[in-house]
Design a protein around this ligand. Sequence first.
Ligand code: LCS
Length: 396
Amino acid sequence: MRYNFDEIIDRKGTNAMNTDGFREYIFQASDDMVFPYADDEFIRMWVADMEFATPPEIIQAVKDRLDKRIFGYTKVFDPDYYRTFAAWAERHYCWTFEKEHLVTSPGIIPALYELVEYICKPDEKVLIVTPSYAFFKHAVDYNHLELVNSDLINQQGYYTMDFDDLAAKAKDEKVSLCIFCNPHNPSGRVWTPEELKKFGEICLKNNLWIISDEIHCDLLRNGKVHTPLAKLFPQTDRIITCMAPSKTFNMAGLMFSNIIIPNKELRAVWKARHYSFENPLSIAAAQAAYRHGDDWLKELKNYLDGNFAFTKQYLESHLPKAVFRIPEATYLAWVNITAYLPSEENLSLYFANNAGVLLEGGNMFVANSDGYIRLNLACPRSVLEEGLKRICNMLR
Ligand code: LCS
C-alpha cells in the first residue's frame, strides 16, 4: 500500500462540518446544545465526507497552483480539463460526452437547486425515489414545487425500484422531472443496466426530464461497474448527468462538480443565469484527481471493502437481529435496527446521547426509512471498531 488509510488526522481548527457542524446539521440546534460527551469524544459516522487525507498528488497540484501566486477571476477555459475528465469517464465507465455539454458548478446540490428552477414551471411536480438524500427534497421545496415520492421496495435490505408505482406517478402530467440517484444514497444500490433501462424508459415515455446524480459513482465495491444513465439513452437530450471528484477524493470543501447538460436550450439558460466563476485551486485539484487519482482510488476501494467486511462480521456476531447487507456502492452502511429500538424516532439524538456516536437516523432520509441508521465507514479501521463497539454495547 502506497497510501495510509489507518492514519488518524486531527480536523480541529479546519471549520469542518464533520467536527463543528453537527449541532446545526443533525439537530438544527445552536452551539449551546449539550451532550454527555465532549465534542472530541464523539465517534463521527455522519456527514458523507471521509476521515482520509486527500491524495498527495492532488495536494501537490494545489501547491503548484499556489506557487503561481495570483488568484484572480477564474473559469475552466483550458480544454485540457475536459480532456482529462472525459478520459476518466472513458476509462472508468466506458462512456463519453461532448465538450460543449460540460458545465461546472460549486457543487451538485447548488446545481440541483438551479436546475429544478430552470426545468420546472411553477405548478409542476418532481419525482424522487425514497429513502432519499434529503437535499433532493430540499431542492424541490426551495422552488415551491410539489414532491412526489416513490418508495423503493426493500427485501431484507436489498432495494429495488417499484416500476409499477413509478409508471403510475410519472403518468401525472404535472410531473416533469425526476431527480435520480445512481448509485443510490442511502441504500448503496448500483442499479443494473436493466433497471436503469426500465427506469429511463418510464420517465422518457412520459416526457420527464431526469437529473441523474452520479456523485457516488466511483465509490463502488470491487467487481461492481457503474453505468451512467445517459450512456443507455444516447438519443435523448433530457438526461442531465452530475459527477464530481468531491466524494471520490474527499474534497467536497473545494466545491467543484461537473454537470453535463446535453440539451442546448437548457444549457443556454444555465449559462445565462449561473454564476460561473470557479476557485482556481479547485480546478487544479479536480484536474489532478482525474489525471493522477486511479492508484489512490484503487487502494481506497480495497480499504473500504475491508471496512465493510469488518462491519458485516461485527454486526453478525454482536447485533444478530440487525439487518445489514454490504452495499454495492458508497462508503455508507444502511442498517435496520428496528429489532432493538422499535419505537425510537430520533435515532441520531439517541445515539449521540447514549453511545457517543454521531450518525444519521432514518428520519433524515425523506420517507420509507424508519428504523434505519446510516453509518459512514470512511474512517480508519480503529475508529470504525470503536464506533461499532459503542453502538452494539448500547443496543445489546
Ligand atoms: N448528491 C448526493 C446523492 C449526495 O449524497 C451528496 C452528499 C451530494 C449530492 C452533495 O453534493 P455537493 O453539493 O457537495 O457537490 N451527500 C451527503 C450525505 O449523504 N451526507 O452528507 C453529505
